[in-house]
Design a protein around this ligand. Structure first.
Ligand SMILES: [Zn+2]
Length: 757
């Protein structure tokens, strides 16, 4: 052995020594010094276990054939995962539900005037891509939960088809009443587009993928590059999930064999007008046939034509008809029972169903969950005894509307409210940056976990890389300042779009959504090209970010499962609630200022003077002066939260002083139970006005955004919709919820004090 090598081995063993005996280190949050050392030891062993080759093998198997709800391979995958969970030592089973899942029976789209064109509605097989030819098993291109319909009408281009686009159309004097609208994908969840179109009197809706969004304007198209080819189509559900997600026939209850079901005609979430998604190949001749006013600059897409609004002379015939059958779905559940705190559950999940082969969505995230389960099975065999019960879930039927997880969360609502501590979700995973959204009471916790996981390409911690990116991306000094000095990165609120929804917003279980991304754009979402070939050429090709996700989420699960005291934290939470209240005040003021200014300009004749008299336009209407809102109840509530979180911090510091000798001896059953309940206090059984399925008063998906979260939603949406009375009432009820939370946090502090006294 050469001297140099010996020296570096010596250095290495010193480093190892330092790494395994971290006396200098702060104990993990919620741990005594001794339990923290043991936890760090087990977590270190865990993070060495996930293997990129395993991830690759799972993906190849799970995405080998189309596996949408009701397909043979969907069930086959579920059974394969069940066998794997069992092989790895988990107590595993499949839970089934019977849910409404429409599949296409007839689809037609043709231009009938001024010329004839019949849309292909078909994604072509590519010789390079070995699974793209599995046509017999592929679901055709369609939007699930579109109502059946057969309409012929003039076409109107409506940009993204969101409410502000219709305001603009009003100003241009264009009505969509009796028309079929054509909207671009993007800027909202797709189900919002037919909903808003129907509210404005349209009789049909087409949604297409413009090359500006995810096609050739972004990069080379598949198979030369990652982006959407000419005939690629985004499938997807258009049910009105912001009213309630899950099975449309069984809102609020599990879709078991004998569940009481609504009649199809009474299911509120089915669209009011027929909808069909199309490629830009099929959209181009339709758009080219529309005349009328040229679109506003911001509405232009990426096709080589002048975009017009219409209506007409393009007239299209649209026909959509579905089989409205119930399909059996298969949730795969695997448990590692806890030891001392078995009645507290840490739940980890991802969906397994896809629109077609779904290598990226969802298999890229699911394989990490599977590798976590395998690795934890190994640790159990090596003597690891988690305090709390760990439950791994592979959900079915996420794509049609978060159905597998929602039915589970509805069926087991009472147990989950009593036992579930945290639900950790993933969905699509790719190359790039660590991302987390979720309950702000877990913000500090997940920041700490992210500091312990290494980014596979830069070798920085995933936390450090995300922090540096935030500094680099902030275009304001204040943002850079905060990214440099705030100890924790802020995590975003959860809106909707994956399986955390029912846990958080219906059952009040604290939740996180974790993943990597930002460096692997592409345009194969919900098409036949989202497959193993695409993923292994254009995304996390060596599966190292899959491994990083397994390390990150697995560490989080273990740390929650083993903690002496659950690591919820209320300082960042109360700070964030203050930020939200500030945002609401700004929003109300801005809305008021805009109305005052517009009314003044109307009186001055500004609009009449500015518009081209030869171009048709309609001035905005004068609006009533909005009243000032009374934010005092929310100010008082956030003040109470700040005081309560300071009290809890004091109690925790006392309990964990001197290596946490006090928490080692104390019975923390009461304190832990109260900590687990704190998210539930943010819910009210009556639910949000107009959509009682959603019970969380801090976080909900927007009624007109779908994916995007609306925080303090009752107040925010009332202000956005200029419903001032509702906004004032919303302030009172939201403040009451936050006051209840503050009182609860104080009681947790007292319980902890009493336990360690
Ligand atoms: Zn997904």
């Amino acid at each position: 052995m050469r001297a140099g090598v010996r020296l570096s081995l010596l250095v290495l063993s010193c480093l190892l020594f330092l790494a395994t005996t971290p006396d200098h280190e702060q104990p993990l949050r919620g741990y005594s010094a001794s339990s923290s050392r043991s936890e760090r030891d087990w977590e270190g062993k865990f993070r060495a276990l996930p293997e990129p080759q395993n991830l690759r093998d799972y993906m190849q198997r799970l995405s080998a054939r189309p596996h949408h709800v009701g397909s043979p391979y969907d069930k086959d995958n579920a059974e394969w995962m069940l066998a794997k969970f069992k092989e790895w030592g988990l107590e595993a089973s499949i839970e089934s539900f019977d849910v409404l899942f429409p599949t296409p029976k007839a689809r037609a789209l043709e231009l009938v005037e001024p010329s004839k064109f019949t849309a292909k509605l078909q994604e072509p097989t590519l010789a390079l891509d070995p699974t793209s030819n599995q046509q017999a098993e592929q679901l055709p291109t369609y939007n699930a939960y579109s109502i059946d319909g057969d309409v012929t009408a003039p076409l109107v281009f409506v940009n993204y088809g969101i409410p502000e686009d219709y305001e603009q159309l009003d100003r241009l004097g264009v009505s969509v009443r009796g028309a079929i609208v054509i909207a671009k994908y993007g800027h909202s969840w797709r189900g919002i587009k037919p909903k808003v179109a129907a509210e404005h009197g349209a009789v049909g809706c087409l949604i297409y993928s413009d090359p500006n969004e995810d096609g050739f304007k972004q990069g080379e198209t598949f198979p030369a590059g990652a982006w959407r080819p000419r005939d690629g189509v985004q499938r997807g559900s258009v049910a009105d999930d912001p009213i309630y997600p899950g099975d449309p026939l069984t809102p609020g209850v599990g879709a078991t064999k004998n569940a009481k079901r609504l009649e199809l005609k009474d299911a509120q979430v089915i669209t009011k007008i027929p909808v069909l998604p199309i490629s830009y190949g099929d959209a181009e001749p339709l758009l080219a046939a529309i005349t009328g006013a040229v679109v506003p600059r911001a509405w232009r897409g990426g096709l080589g034509l002048t975009y017009h609004i219409g209506p007409g002379p393009a007239k299209v015939h649209l026909k959509v008809k579905s089989n409205w059958d119930l399909k059996t779905i298969y949730d795969v559940i695997g448990k590692i029972p806890g030891t001392t705190n078995a009645d507290q559950w840490i739940i980890r999940g991802n969906h397994h169903d896809a629109w077609v082969n779904g290598a990226e969505d969802p298999i890229s995230g699911l394989i990490a969950v599977m590798e976590e389960a395998r690795a934890m099975g190994e640790l159990v065999k090596a003597g690891w005894k988690p305090k709390r019960t760990i439950i791994f879930c592979a959900w079915d039927a996420e794509e049609p509307g978060l159905i597998g997880s929602t039915e589970f969360a509805e069926e087991h609502a009472d147990e989950l409210k009593a036992h579930a501590v945290v639900y950790i979700n993933s969905d699509v995973n790719g190359r790039g940056f660590f991302g987390a959204e979720g309950s702000h009471t877990l913000e500090k916790f997940i920041n700490d976990v992210a500091r312990d996981v290494q980014d596979p390409e830069t070798k920085l911690s995933v936390w450090k890389r995300a922090q540096l990116r935030q500094i680099g991306r902030s275009d304001e000094n204040a943002g850079r300042q905060e990214a440099r000095s705030r100890p924790d990165l802020r995590i975003g609120a959860l809106g909707s779009g994956s399986d955390y929804g029912a846990f958080l917003q219906h059952d009040g279980v604290a939740a996180l959504n974790l993943g990597f991304g930002g460096e692997d754009g592409g345009g194969i979402y919900h098409s036949i090209y989202d497959d193993f070939y695409w993923f292994t050429h254009f995304s996390d090709t060596d599966f190292v970010y899959g491994r990083a996700l397994a390390q990150l989420a697995g560490t989080a699960v273990m740390r929650l499962a083993d903690a002496d005291l659950l690591p919820f934290e209320y300082g960042n939470f109360s700070d964030t609630m203050q930020t939200y209240v500030k945002e609401l005040k700004t929003l109300a003021q801005k809305s008021r200022d805009e109305i005052i200014e517009r009314n003044r300009e109307l009186e001055e004749g500004v609009f009449a003077a500015m518009t081209d008299p030869r171009v048709k336009s309609v001035p905005p209407t004068k609006e009533a002066m909005p009243p000032f809102l009374n934010f005092a109840p929310l100010d008082n509530a956030t003040e109470s939260l700040a005081r309560a979180s300071a009290e809890y911090k004091k109690a925790l510091e006392k309990a964990t002083a001197n290596g946490g000798a006090a928490i080692l001896k104390a019975s923390l059953v009461e304190a832990n139970r109260a900590l687990a309940e704190s998210e539930h206090k943010l819910t009210l059984e009556e639910g949000l006005p107009g959509r009682p399925w959603f019970k969380h008063f801090v976080d909900a998906p927007g009624q007109y955004t779908g994916y995007e979260a609306k925080t303090l939603p009752v107040v925010r949406e009332a202000i956005e919709q200029k419903q001032w009375k509702e906004a004032d009432a919303g302030i009172v009820v939201t403040a009451r919820v936050l006051e209840t939370e503050a009182a609860h946090i104080l009681s947790v502090a007292q319980k902890l004090d009493a336990a360690v006294r």
